[in-house]
Design a binder for this molecule. Structure first.
Ligand code: OAD
Length: 238
């Protein structure tokens, strides 16, 4: 990547949090080997067995207390602070490690573990406690809270904002995602069709790897800080 960028869109996935100790989805032993997607990540699964689904997300929310952001999260927070151009940080992750690494403006397109969505009034509330005992919604008091996580068959958050940024960015960077789940998996093609350079930072080539102008393979904790350093030093030297 020799040219400097004025406007960057970054997409992160489970791989950026792997070295913090959060399981990815599709690796050997990953979350989707331990649980059936249809059971715990669809509206139908929730309707069938709410107890199972609430327990699954309560467990994942509670597990956040035992993990810490890694150098990749911290480096992206530094980029957010120091990059003079436009930056949109989009994550598919429902953990809070970008924020705990210091990032202030993170778009969680698949929702967040530390948020609850009320199926009765539609309000989203910050949430730290378990949901399994069906606590009342802080807004309308109905006992219809669910994890504020986007399930298969549901629309991810803030798609208009994301597509608007993909239209105008000159660099799109994908970090730690397998490229298996749409619409996020389609962002690279969208950005590229709009003329952006595309860079992938991942442990292994993702499913859409050939759509990237450049792929750097390795652990995010090493690749991301090195790339951030490059971007910022190019800014000061250019
Ligand atoms: P995946 O588990 O599908 O992919 C994780 C990617 O991270 C893989 O390509 C790994 O090679 C890579 N990886 C693993 N460790 C890494 C490391 N230390 N450094 C860099 N890369 C590493 O996770 P996602 O692509 O995030 O959606 O999955 C996308 C969506 O599928 C999730 O948001 C979730 C899931 O179903 C919903 O639940 C709606």
């Amino acid at each position: 990547m020799s040219a400097s960028a004025n406007s960057i869109v970054i997409l992160t996935g489970a791989g950026i949090s792997a070295e913090s100790g959060i399981d990815t989805f599709r690796s050997a032993g990953g979350l989707w080997e331990q649980h059936r997607v249809e059971d715990v990540a669809t509206p139908e699964g929730f309707a069938r067995d709410p107890h199972l689904v609430l327990g699954f997300y309560d467990m994942r929310r509670a597990a956040l207390a035992g993990v810490e952001p890694n150098p990749a999260h911290v480096a992206l927070a530094r980029l957010e602070r120091e990059f003079a151009g436009e930056l949109l940080l989009v994550t598919q992750n429902v953990d809070d490690l970008h924020e705990r690494g210091g990032a202030a403006r993170v778009l969680h397109m698949h929702g967040e573990l530390k948020s609850a969505l009320c199926s009765a009034c539609g309000m989203r509330s910050r949430w730290e406690a378990p949901l399994i005992d069906r606590p009342p919604c802080p807004v309308c008091q109905a006992r219809h809270l669910r994890p504020d996580v986007v399930w298969f068959g549901e629309m991810p958050y803030r798609m208009e904002t994301i597509y608007a940024a993909l239209e105008t960015c000159d660099l799109f960077v994908s970090i730690g995602t397998s490229g298996a789940v749409y619409p996020a998996a389609g962002f690279v093609a969208e950005a590229r069709a709009n003329g952006a350079r595309t860079l992938e930072l991942n442990l292994e080539p993702s499913e859409g790897s050939r759509l990237f102008h450049e792929s750097r393979l390795g652990p995010a904790s090493a690749l991301v800080p090195a790339w951030v350093e490059e971007v910022l030093s190019r800014e000061t030297s250019g």
